[in-house]
Ligand binder design. Sequence first.
Ligand code: AMP
Length: 175
Amino acid sequence: MDLSAHIRSIPDYPKPGILFRDITTLLADARAFRRAVDELVQPFAGRRIAKVAGIEARGFILGGAVAHQLSAGFLPVRKKGKLPAETLRQTYALEYGTDEVEIHADAVAPGETVLLIDDLIATGGTAEAAITLLRRANADVVGAAFVIDLPDLGGSKRIEAMNVPVQSLVSFPGH
Ligand code: AMP
């Protein structure tokens, strides 16, 4: 199955010059959704993954399904201000300005193996912040997996430079 055929590309969203890769069309197709989750899980099947960390919001949909398949727990990496209990917060750079992500301070036990999941990796800034947070909580981040890689933006190389292996299912040239 060609998963890329199930991803819709929307020019100039959310702002001019961005080609938005929309996975709602993939999620809406039962076979494509199942296939994407199976392919995300495959490299980690049989490995001991204690928790899957999903990045808000599309990483929650995929990460929840992956956690179920791996019989792992799920932990949300959220935008700031959304988590109710004590949090760890990490600031990261955007093209213009900064943003912040948080996890609950007790979301992961020291040494637990964690797999990071999101729909897409572009510059890698979001994933890098998530991995930094997880490591601050003393997690052992054993991999990061994405449906889509935009390799020209360098994100997967950036994450591999942190010694976290990166898997992706589909890659698109450009940004
Ligand atoms: P980055 O931090 O640059 O790797 O951006 C990754 C985050 O932004 C992910 O959570 C993506 O869902 C979102 N994102 C970045 N670029 C795109 C794009 N072209 N289409 C859809 N989502 C994107």
